[in-house]
Design a protein around this ligand. Structure first.
Ligand code: NDP
Ligand code: GDR
Length: 382
């Protein structure tokens, strides 16, 4: 009998990769999507089945993490073997603007899932994966960070996820549920949301190289992140639920890189050699000013043909992207996952950047084609 999985957050980066992964494994996949005024299923459109002709292997339900009756009804209908709780207001900076909603969706939302499973007497049948995060580590207590490292969350998002982490542990201990936290470090891909820093950079590098965008405004360039590839990480979510015992795992590459270096790598793939100069650190220790100079492009045209001048500043620091409290350094120790789950990521940072840049350059070439033929193109670069 094939297994049935329910994915909350199926329209997001991880949800899309996980759905594809589970379908390939022969699962029947149900997903919860939110109602929105325009279509929000871009990332899973290739998996979509017309409900009139569908074989029932991929089914979407309308729902929301803030609606317990709705979640309980869906879980009752689907009777899943596995639930992957990926839905969340996942943007750290935005959580400072929407703290109450974030607590509701990310924190209490997780409780709603666990409680629905308990209420429906599915505690022995349904295994639950909770999308926990390296943001829990927050202010550095220990490096590298692992399962036993103390938490010190630094944003409303991380505090909401702290509740979700502990309520998952509590339901496991109180009711014997197979409920696990994957403490995943940052993972990116061509499907990454456009306002997270890696994708913002790869899109901008592609657009600047093609003359579609003039400059890029970023926040804290000194932050360091342990970046992996989302495709590798969704496989770990699945492996965590296949283990004999329910346990929590930190999933990371063990390598950390500054945002500034990610900028260099991405622009280099667009044929733009860059140099940083004019950086200054103010009395609070934050970067106050910064220049990025374009020295050459090797995309087949001279810099001027791209509207770029050699040496022109194309990146600047805009304090609007600073967070009231920042997480400066994340670097994970994935030893437990390596030993117990056989964690061997296929990608490293180089191949991640290549994958993202290849995809964004293709996308932006399409945009350029549209623009060259008189169409209006999106100019949104938050
Ligand atoms: P995304 O932001 O790409 O996707 C989030 C998903 O959650 C989307 O499908 C979104 O729907 C949905 N969603 C948001 N709010 C609600 C709500 N109230 N009710 C129902 N659905 C909702 O995130 P990722 O795919 O990158 O991350 C997946 C999970 O893993 C998240 O919980 C995130 O916090 C966590 N995480 C992510 C890491 C990363 O580096 N990517 C690292 C560690 C943890 P819509 O498409 O309509 O917006
Ligand atoms: P993060 O990811 O906060 O780590 O959360 P994000 O890409 O937003 O930021 C990473 C670092 O880059 C710095 N930064 C900027 N960030 C954004 N978004 N935009 C900018 O212009 C910018 N300039 C510099 C940030 O300050 C930060 O230090 C992600 C999310 O996926 C969470 O849901 C997840 O839990 C964690 O990763 C692990």
């Amino acid at each position: 009998m094939s297994k049935t999985a329910l994915i909350t957050g199926i329209t997001g980066q991880d949800g899309a990769y996980l759905a594809e992964f589970l379908l390939k494994k022969g699962y029947t996949v149900h997903g919860i999507k939110r109602r929105s005024s325009s279509l929000n299923t871009d990332r899973i459109d290739h998996l979509y089945q017309d409900p009139h002709t569908s074989d029932g292997k991929f089914v979407l339900h309308y729902g929301d993490m803030t609606d317990s009756m709705n979640l309980t009804r869906i879980i009752g209908q689907v009777q899943p073997d596995e639930i992957y709780n990926l839905a969340a207001m996942s943007h750290v900076h935005v959580s400072f603007d929407m703290p109450e909603y974030t607590a509701n969706a990310d924190g209490i939302g997780t409780l709603r899932i666990l409680e629905a499973v308990r209420f429906l007497n599915l505690t022995k049948k349904t295994r639950i994966y909770q999308a926990s995060t390296s943001e829990l580590y927050g202010l550095v207590q220990e490096v590298p960070q692992k399962e036993t490292t103390p938490f010190y969350p630094r944003s409303p998002y991380a505090v909401a996820k702290l509740y979700a982490y502990w309520i998952t542990v509590n339901y496991r201990e109180a009711y014997g549920m197979f409920a696990c936290n994957g403490i995943l470090f940052n993972h990116e891909s061509p499907l990454r949301g456009e306002t997270f820093v890696t994708r913002k950079i790869t899109r901008a590098a592609s657009r600047i190289a093609l003359g579609l965008q003039k400059d890029l405004h970023l926040g804290n360039l000194s932050a360091k992140r342990d970046w992996g590839h989302a495709q590798d990480y969704v496989e770990m979510m699945w492996l965590i639920l296949q283990a004999d015992q329910p346990e929590d795992f930190a999933i990371a590459t063990g390598v950390t890189t500054e945002v500034r270096e990610f900028v260099r790598m991405a622009f280099a793939r667009a044929g733009i050699k860059i140099d940083f100069h004019g950086e200054g650190v103010d009395e609070k220790g934050v970067i106050a000013g910064f220049d990025l100079a374009v020295y050459e492009t090797v995309t087949g045209a001279t810099p001027d043909q791209h509207g770029l001048t050699v040496g022109r500043e194309v990146v600047s620091v805009d304090p609007r992207y600073f967070r009231p409290t920042e997480v400066e350094l994340l670097i994970g120790d994935p030893t437990k996952a390596k030993e117990k789950l056989g964690w061997v990521p296929k990608h490293d940072l180089n191949s991640l950047v290549n994958d993202m840049m290849e995809s964004d350059l293709k996308l932006m070439l399409k945009e350029k084609h549209l623009k060259d033929h008189g169409h209006r193109i999106m100019s949104y670069h938050e």
